[in-house]
Ligand binder design. Structure first.
Ligand code: ZN
Length: 236
């Protein structure tokens, strides 16, 4: 799943390259520091920190509370299934997204680096219902760049916890700004919130768009305009 994300992220940046942005290639493993962090292993560790038996008991309670019989055949394994699912969806709570930005590379780069269309799933903290969509993450490097897939890893880590889209957007921007000392960072997120589409006001098709701009993207209208063209082309 993570691998698909990286691929789609890289595809997005490739199209940015076609439109004139400079995109450093993914650094090769041999260029990496010896203490390479294994993300798969890291993910497993975070899953273990979630108290699944407690979730199972709570889900059983919810089933009883709505008038269901949690012991009937179809629901018998549901609490355990939901517990495993929550462990996955909230794994970011026990992950520090900074770990994905530790390895950076000295590289002269005067152009915007954009990874577009990073798909993500998150959980609205007000209703515990999913919201999902695309994140576009851009930065204008200072003296250092990171591997492109790391930007997708940061989105993933920040998304996998109870969230609101506005905060998620700001968190990603601040993380990149702080860790990379970039000259500017821009994050645009577009998402569909199931708490708006299947309950409450029930407006399917509505898209929430949030953005967070730092440094040159905030101060310079022309840099911001260039970014929007890279993300949306001239067709939106
Ligand atoms: Zn909600």
């Amino acid at each position: 799943m993570n691998e698909n994300r990286s691929v789609s992220g890289t595809a997005g940046s490739a199209s940015a390259a076609r439109e004139g942005a400079s995109v450093p290639s993914e650094p090769s493993e041999k260029a990496s520091a010896p203490s390479a962090d294994s993300t798969a292993e890291g993910d497993k560790k975070h899953l273990l920190k979630i108290d699944r038996p407690r979730i199972e008991r709570a889900v059983r309670e919810i089933l009883l509370a709505v008038g269901e019989d949690p012991d009937r055949e179809g629901l018998h394994e549901t609490p355990a299934r939901v517990a495993r699912m929550y462990a996955e969806l909230f794994a970011g709570l026990h992950d520090d997204p900074r770990r994905h930005l530790v390895k950076s590379f000295r590289e002269k780069c005067d152009e915007v680096v954009l990874v577009r269309d990073i798909s993500f799933n998150s959980m609205c903290e007000h209703h515990l219902m999913p919201f999902m969509g695309q994140a576009h993450v851009a930065y204008l490097p200072g003296s250092r760049v990171v591997g492109l897939s790391k930007l997708a890893r940061v989105v993933e880590s920040v998304a996998r916890r109870p969230q609101v889209q506005e905060r998620m957007t700001e968190q990603i921007a601040d993380l990149l700004q702080d860790e990379l000392h970039a000259r500017g960072v821009a994050v645009v997120i577009e998402a569909v919130h199931t708490c708006m589409t299947v309950r409450g006001v029930r407006k399917p098709g509505s898209l929430c768009v949030t953005s967070a701009m730092r440094g040159c993207f905030r101060n310079k209208a022309s840099t911001r305009a260039e970014l929007m063209t890279l993300i949306y082309g001239n067709h939106r």
